[in-house]
Design a protein around this ligand. Structure first.
Ligand code: SF4
Length: 335
């Protein structure tokens, strides 16, 4: 039975509330997408070890990575979302789901509430669904579906969100869910969390595979949330940022059709040749686009994984000073 009490609220990121005029938030760069999460006080039935909402987590459930998603009145958010889209302040609405008894009814309720008043493009981030569910989502007005793999390899997936983590998910079903979603939606995406222990080679391998099945990978940097179950991998900060930048650059080359996995060379999992000329690589680095937030169109996720001292995904084109910093971060692996 649908719980209309829970369906009357929605969680929204602080940046989103700032753009909607529901909170006074000082922002370096405002989000171009409204980041929303289905409202429930229940923990998720899945158990992704990095996630604040997971059944075994002790974390505050309002957190997604660095972002705080606070419960607010759903009708008020929808009304303001419509105005913000009309004025061009927001270009997309992104809805994150969670696995609990009423998730489907609550998700449909939110999507339909938005669609009643606005044509804003909607992305839904969700676990793999049946074809029937995909069809219904398409009918109610979802434009893009994102099925987060999060981990780059089958063993990492199993450890972090699969059977070994006590969760219901499997790599095979996620890949299958991504492939099937592509039958219903023009654009299908996934999220990859970089920094969970994968190598450059493993990250680039999955990006290449996703390209082949027409799925768009959005890169996230692993961010520890207090109270979650995943121990922070031992990592040297320089290697970590170097790894992130390498994967960003390789992703750009692959998604733009400039090079693919088989063109690149790796030594002990570390990328040592991007499979493109030095001039081309330098031009791409200086352009800066490769280091901007990736994912659905108009998704800039400002400060989702970042601090002012360490930007992984630039929510806008990096400036000259930032390009110099990126070059330094990549210095030891430039061809
Ligand atoms: S890429 Fe951005 S808009 Fe798309 S699902 Fe992920 S967070 Fe939402």
């Amino acid at each position: 039975m649908h719980n209309y009490v829970t369906a009357r609220k929605v969680r929204a990121s602080m940046g989103t509330l700032g753009v909607l005029g529901l909170e006074l938030v000082q922002m370096d760069t405002a989000p171009t997408t409204a980041y929303l999460q289905i409202y429930t006080e229940k923990r998720c039935r899945a158990n992704c070890l990095f996630c604040a909402q997971a059944q075994g987590s002790q974390a505050d459930i309002t957190h997604i990575a660095r972002g705080m998603y606070v419960p607010v009145d759903l009708d008020e958010v929808v009304k303001r979302l419509c105005m913000a889209f009309e004025k061009g302040y927001l270009l997309r609405a992104c809805i994150q789901t969670e696995l609990y008894d009423e998730w489907w009814e609550d998700t449909l309720y939110l999507i339909k509430s938005i669609r009643k008043v606005s044509d804003i493009p909607i992305s839904l981030s969700v676990f793999p669904l049946s074809d029937k569910h995909y069809r219904e989502l398409k009918i109610v007005g979802v434009n893009e579906v994102v099925i987060p793999l999060d981990a780059c390899t089958p063993p990492l997936f199993d450890k972090i969100k699969g059977k070994s983590a006590g969760g219901p998910y499997s790599w095979e079903k996620h890949i299958d869910g991504i492939r099937r979603a592509a039958v219903f939606f023009e654009k299908v995406g996934t999220h990859l969390i970089i920094g969970l222990g994968e190598t450059d080679e493993e990250a680039v391998w999955i990006i290449d595979l996703l390209k082949k099945i027409n799925a768009n990978p959005a890169l996230f940097s692993y961010t520890y949330v207090n109270g979650t179950q995943l121990e922070i991998p031992e990592r040297n900060e320089t290697i970590s940022i170097k790894h992130y930048r390498t994967v960003q650059l390789a992703r750009y080359l692959i998604t733009e059709g400039i090079a693919n996995f088989s063109d690149m060379r790796f030594v002990d999992g570390v990328l040592c040749d991007f499979g493109a000329s030095k001039e081309a690589i330098l031009e791409i680095i200086e352009d800066g686009c490769a280091f901007q937030t990736t994912g659905c169109s108009e998704c800039n996720r400002p400060m989702a994984n970042e601090t002012f001292c360490r930007i992984f995904n630039f929510p806008r084109r990096p400036d000259n000073k930032e390009i110099i910093g990126i070059k330094k971060e990549l210095a030891c692996i430039q061809p």
